[in-house]
Design a protein around this ligand. Structure first.
Ligand code: DQA
Length: 143
């Protein structure tokens, strides 16, 4: 069964507890449950969260040839990590980038994303609904 991989970067393990006025009250478990509901029949959803850049890169490498698309919220690595961009450039299925908050309304250091140079779509400021839309889009692109 084709597998969609949801990757979340640093501090997103605290989703629901961390700055809820910005990121909301739902947890990462809630996000994954919503994505599982949103995926078309015949797709499975796996999830990975890490606070460590290298672990995220290793997981993207492992996803090569074993998954049909990645939904990624790289957290603050969005704005700093050429290495995650390079890993995604070596991944050959659709990539959707998600940001819970509307990063362009926030500090200027959040305005640039390295990952956007690779992403096939970008969901910004939709709250956790962004993950749902991104999952549906992977199903469309991979189906
Ligand atoms: C974020 C936005 C980033 O700037 C921030 O560092 C995060 C979360 C978002 O989902 O809105 O950790 O990616």
């Amino acid at each position: 069964m084709p597998e969609i991989l949801i990757i979340n970067g640093p501090n997103l393990n605290l989703l629901g507890k961390r700055e809820p006025e910005i990121y909301g009250h739902e947890t990462l478990e809630d996000v994954v449950a919503l994505c599982r509901d949103a995926a078309d029949d015949g797709f499975s959803v796996a999830q990975f969260q890490s606070n460590h850049e290298g672990e995220i890169i290793d997981r993207i490498h492992a996803a090569r040839g074993t998954t049909c698309g990645i939904v990624i919220n790289p957290g603050a690595f969005t704005h700093t990590s050429i290495a995650i961009l390079d890993a995604l450039n070596a991944y050959d299925a659709p990539v959707m980038e998600v940001h819970i908050s509307q990063v362009h309304k926030r500090e200027s250091f959040r305005h640039h994303s390295y990952v956007s140079h690779r992403a096939d779509g970008i969901l910004v400021g939709l709250g956790i609904e962004g993950y749902v839309a991104a999952t549906r889009r992977i199903c469309q692109l991979a189906g």
